[in-house]
Design a protein around this ligand. Sequence first.
Ligand code: FAD
Length: 281
Amino acid sequence: MDLDTVREVVLARDRADLAQVGAGSAVLAGGTFLFSEPHDQLHRLVDITTLGWTPLLERSDGLEIAATCTLAEFAGARPGRELGAPTLRPEWPGTALFAQSCRALLASHKIWRTATVGGNVCLSLPAGAVLGALVALDATAVIWPRGGGERRIPLRDFVTGPGENILATGAVVRSFLVPTASLLARTSFRKIALAPLGRSGAVVMGRREVSGRCAITVTASTVRPVVLDFSAVPTAFDLEAALVELEPDIWFDDPHGAPDWRKHVTGLLAGEVAAELRRSS
Ligand SMILES: Cc1cc2nc3c(=O)[nH]c(=O)nc-3n(C[C@H](O)[C@H](O)[C@H](O)COP(=O)(O)OP(=O)(O)OC[C@H]3O[C@@H](n4cnc5c(N)ncnc54)[C@H](O)[C@@H]3O)c2cc1C
């Protein structure tokens, strides 16, 4: 839809242009959310897709995913497959979560080609499955504060509630760093929704590292992504104990699922994820 209060669209060419992000202006990435509803408080958009960031970059300590990486590039980045980006290593089974999380979104292929990984994270919706996948892979967010410099925070600490996060006014998310240990990890993914193609009611993703360390990440059913850490794949008893300890108001309530249903199905899906990770040794 037209945003008729917007008077200026800045095509960012370098970091200095990002100084124009602030009160009354917003970062424009894929625009699939920004152009889907009115934002009367906005008079300027700063387009970051013109910055030319490489979508996926292999590093000595893992993989860097640019905030502007589209969902299509993210989902298509499978081991051995080239997409104008480095071929992902065949020994990186952890990247299986990339495509699985994109498929969990209630979004068409048209959205996939435009929407970005950074936009999904910054929107911080409970149904943000790409956000959930990066949390499940223990990613770090690289943030460019308005005044300069760089801040890195574990992505698991980024979201504070439905549609809320720690990003300060004027700050821009540059990228996400996925550590090698997560890329080498075995993963498992489960999703449930009230309707076959409906918005996710619960999504559970598991990661078992070569060291044996295991993390079960819950999203969609909770108001923010929740990570349960274990030194090994948890037993059904340990998993249930960890879920019971979560604060009662963590369970999300909207037309896509009642909190008690979400809590129940999360327990079932988490049990399946743990069982699959146990079998994949
Ligand atoms: C039909 C449809 C279905 C959808 N289904 C889902 C779904 O199931 N789950 C879900 O989570 N979302 C869903 N969305 C919402 C949205 O499309 C996705 O979350 C998408 O990933 C957002 O990415 P974008 O690049 O289009 O973000 P944009 O619309 O460009 O931006 C979204 C927000 O993030 C901010 N932003 C973007 N990038 C940055 C950055 N690098 N740094 C700082 N701020 C930034 C923007 O200012 C804006 O506030 C859906 C949208 C549509 C239209």
